[in-house]
Ligand binder design. Structure first.
Ligand code: F0G
Length: 431
């Protein structure tokens, strides 16, 4: 077997086909570990660059293009893929100016098949479910995981079961879960509680869990780093900035960066900056307190995707911060929505949680942590269409406690040509 499961705390190993989400001895989180072994020397940039633009499965996927680093040793026909990944890396000078940094790239994971980065983790997670012979898969979700899992489960002919909180789920995400035919449970509990519930229900019923505590999810999400670095011609930026909720991405990125460095694909590690919403900031508090005593929080933020108070991947995220000399920052809902308006306003667009990357870059640059001349890659985690209420609410100035600094207010007119012409004349004068 070229791959095994290994506890990040006590090092205990388990066969790769064990259905397990935490170490049975110490409850530590599990890593999927690959033995690159004799093929190491082959795993260079030429191999992966040679597959760019491939029209054939599995290399037409931006995850499976890196198959040797994701899940070597499995048969190609076991893979459940929607040709995820292959997302754009935008150079965004106007957003960079707003953030106060010289060079900002935005990697838009909202361009995945279901509109968020989750598809990269779901192709690997559902592939493992198929390998294990699972018929039912489940997750708790703030919306994007469920949308993605519903799609991949349907694609693979499995039943998807999703645990959702009964309020504040963005409409675009809810609609996807229902449309893709998942069994949708609205529960009067927040995300953190729903995650406990789905773990217990899954154990009792033998349903495969596809939250990011499942290490196969993170193997797919690593590819965001592989692909971003490939797009940068394997030249490491100074900073990678990512929103932090359940901390799956933060964890996956650290592992992926380390593997790339170990294989000589990059010659230095970028620093990671993890950005949390002020109202959902347990990692930020823990970081600020020197990682001494972790306290979950009761989460509240307009960025509903990251309304998470007790992140399951905490220990892996701390490891990422240590490996990359990383930092954690917090941003207010006002800063998130203003940064979103800037990203939206240059025509790229993202959902509120994603805008943490830009709001965080701005704050870290203002504090002098990001230095002039640093190259920054911000991850946009989800598509602008995911959360239309937040966008329309911002521009209509109807969100409580937020005053839209970059408002694009709707104009209204009667069925009267003179009035319309007059209005447009005035508006033109304003821009
Ligand atoms: N951005 C978006 C758009 C998300 O949907 C999520 C997580 C995150 C950021 C945070 O990523 O958990 O890896 O730190 N959404 C999960 C969900 C929790 O259920 O869709 P993380």
């Amino acid at each position: 077997m070229p791959s095994i499961l290994q506890c990040i705390d006590c090092g205990q190993q388990f066969p790769i086909d064990t259905v397990i989400y935490a170490c049975s001895s110490c409850q530590g989180l599990l890593d999927v570990k690959h033995d690159f072994g004799q093929s190491r020397t082959r795993l260079g940039s030429e191999l992966f660059d040679g597959r760019l633009g491939s029209l054939t499965a599995p290399f037409n996927s931006g995850v499976w293009r890196f198959k040797e680093l994701i899940y070597p040793g499995i048969e190609d026909d076991q893979i459940v893929s929607r040709m995820e990944g292959n997302t754009n890396l935008y150079q965004a000078p106007r957003v960079a100016k707003y953030a106060g940094v010289d060079t900002l790239y935005l990697k838009h994971e909202g361009e995945n098949p279901t509109g968020s980065f989750k598809d990269r983790g779901m192709t690997t997670g559902v592939t493992q479910a198929r390998i294990l012979g699972m018929k039912r898969v489940a997750c708790a979700s703030t919306g994007n995981t469920s949308a993605s899992m519903a799609s991949y489960a349907a694609h693979a002919g499995m039943q998807g079961i999703i645990f959702l909180q009964d309020q504040e789920i963005a409409l675009g995400k809810l609609a996807q879960g229902i449309a893709f035919g998942a069994t949708c449970l609205q529960i009067s509990a927040d995300f953190d509680r729903n995650l406990e519930l789905v773990r217990q229900a899954g154990d009792r019923l033998g349903i495969y869990l596809l939250n990011s505590i499942n290490p196969f999810r993170l193997e797919g999400q690593k590819s965001i780093m592989f692909e971003a670095l490939q797009q940068l011609r394997w030249r490491a930026p100074d900073w990678i900035i990512v929103p932090g909720g359940n901390l799956g991405n933060s964890s996956a990125f650290g592992k992926g960066l380390l593997e790339m460095h170990d294989l000589g694909l990059i010659d230095r590690l970028p620093r990671m900056a993890i950005i949390q919403a002020e109202g959902a900031n347990p990692l930020y508090r823990h970081f600020a307190g020197g990682f001494k005593h972790f306290q979950p929080v009761k989460a509240e933020t307009i960025a509903s995707a990251i309304k998470i108070g007790n992140p399951v991947n905490l220990q892996k995220a701390i490891r990422t911060i240590e490996w990359t000399n990383g930092v954690v920052e917090e941003v207010s809902d006002q800063e998130i929505m203003d940064a979103k308006a800037i990203v939206d306003g240059v025509g790229i667009g993202c959902e509120p949680a994603s805008a943490c990357s830009v709001a965080g870059a701005r704050k870290l640059a203002a504090r002098g942590v990001i230095k002039p001349g640093d190259t920054v890659v911000g991850i946009l985690t989800g598509h602008a269409l995911k959360d239309p209420e937040a966008t329309v609410g911002y521009h209509a100035d109807s969100l409580s406690d937020i005053s839209p600094a970059f408002q694009n207010a709707m104009l209204k007119a009667d069925d009267d040509l003179d009035e319309i012409v007059n209005l447009l004349g005035l508006h033109q004068a304003k821009v």
